[in-house]
Design a protein. Structure first.
Length: 367
């Protein structure tokens, strides 16, 4: 059985309502007002919500229509990902002043291993305070932080005193900290698993800890060992500075639901063009192409095909996506289409992908 390495000092930095905060920083008229990034009052999905909007129950991933019902005063703005990336790079530069062991999770959060750091500061708590202060002074945004002996506990702790706060969980406090938590607060335990745990009478970390490994494996399969370990604070995953991309995708939500596959083909070609740009920018290709279909009733369907070679060419991606579109009859009108590429060649550098020049695409014309 694994034991926890208590000698590490891990910080999880999480920007506060990042996209919304950038919009409020750049446009003073939006400050102090309920704001949603993405979506609209008639279409789309909210990508992020300001803290003023969250008071009304507005959060990411809900529809714009629902968000407007919850908060009639809600202001919608279009996302500006280039701007968010620009700000994210500035923040990352600050991280690198302290350690090279930085693992970005997204544009607005990252793990830092400061066990040994460039400042020679033995206190991870003080380093986190200094980083948050610098982000505020140099960028103009607030961040929250969690500090502990591993990524799992640090991630949970960063949510504890949001916004603009931090929490340190010392080695001797880890188990007591986890015992008090609702299981749904455990990073990695989703809504479905949490519901199953509740049905089994497992409401807190303490409840979970009382169950033997055999019980957890019986009810949760291969995840049983993981739950057995994390509730004891055992999580030795290293901070990985060069985290590999596992998939690259692009998707579009339409202003009006689409019912005709002919119109969808045109949209798929545009999505494939965007995906080609992203793949070529990252200098990666993939073998598995997945088509994502979200229907007007918000039900989701995915269809995948794995090719015998690596691709990053829009013509092939669009062609395979069209095949997947016609694979079976659509259940309803469609509000969103997405294409993603998995099984990437950044994991198997020795394998070659099909060069674009050697690809010939047969076009069929009907007169």
């Amino acid at each position: 059985m694994l034991t926890q390495n208590n000698n590490r000092k891990i910080i999880h930095i999480d920007m506060d309502a990042f996209y919304a905060s950038v919009e409020q920083m750049d446009n003073p008229e939006l400050r102090g007002k309920p704001l949603a990034v993405g979506g609209s009052e008639i279409r789309g999905v909210v990508s992020a919500a300001s803290y003023e909007a969250r008071k009304y129950g507005v959060r990411s991933a809900i529809s714009g229509i629902q968000a407007k019902k919850l908060c009639p005063e809600l202001i919608f703005v279009r996302p500006r990902f280039d701007r968010y990336k620009e700000i994210s790079k500035k923040i990352r530069k600050i991280f690198l002043d302290y350690t090279d062991l930085v693992e970005p999770l997204s544009l607005d959060e990252a793990y830092l291993d400061v066990t040994e750091n460039k400042k020679g500061n033995p206190s991870a708590t003080l380093i986190a305070q200094e980083i948050r202060k610098r982000i505020f002074e140099e960028v103009g945004l607030t961040a929250s932080a969690g500090i502990s002996v591993n990524k799992f506990v640090a991630k949970i702790a960063s949510d504890y005193n949001k916004p603009n706060g931090q929490k340190t969980v010392n080695p001797d406090e880890v188990e007591a900290f986890l015992e008090k938590l609702d299981v749904k607060k455990f990073y990695g335990i989703g809504k479905v698993t949490a519901e199953k745990m509740y049905q089994l009478g497992l409401f807190t970390g303490f409840d979970l800890k009382q169950k033997p490994l055999e019980y957890l494996e019986k009810h949760f399969g291969n995840s049983g060992l993981h739950y057995y370990q994390i509730v004891r604070g055992i999580h030795n995953s290293a901070v990985k500075p060069n985290r590999k991309i596992k998939s690259v995708g692009a998707e579009r939500t339409f202003n009006e639901n689409l019912s005709s596959e002919i119109y969808m083909e045109e949209r798929l070609l545009n999505i494939a063009k965007e995906l080609e740009k992203r793949l070529q920018k990252s200098k990666i290709s993939g073998k598995t192409i997945t088509l994502k279909i979200k229907y007007s009733d918000f039900t989701l369907q995915t269809r995948s095909k794995t090719l015998p070679y690596f691709v990053n060419d829009k013509a092939i991606i669009a062609d395979v996506s069209k095949d997947l579109l016609y694979q079976e009859r659509l259940k309803n009108s469609v509000r969103l289409l997405g294409i993603s590429v998995h099984n990437l060649n950044n994991e198997e550098k020795s394998k070659t992908f099909l060069p674009q020049k050697s690809v010939s695409v047969q076009l069929r014309f009907e007169f």
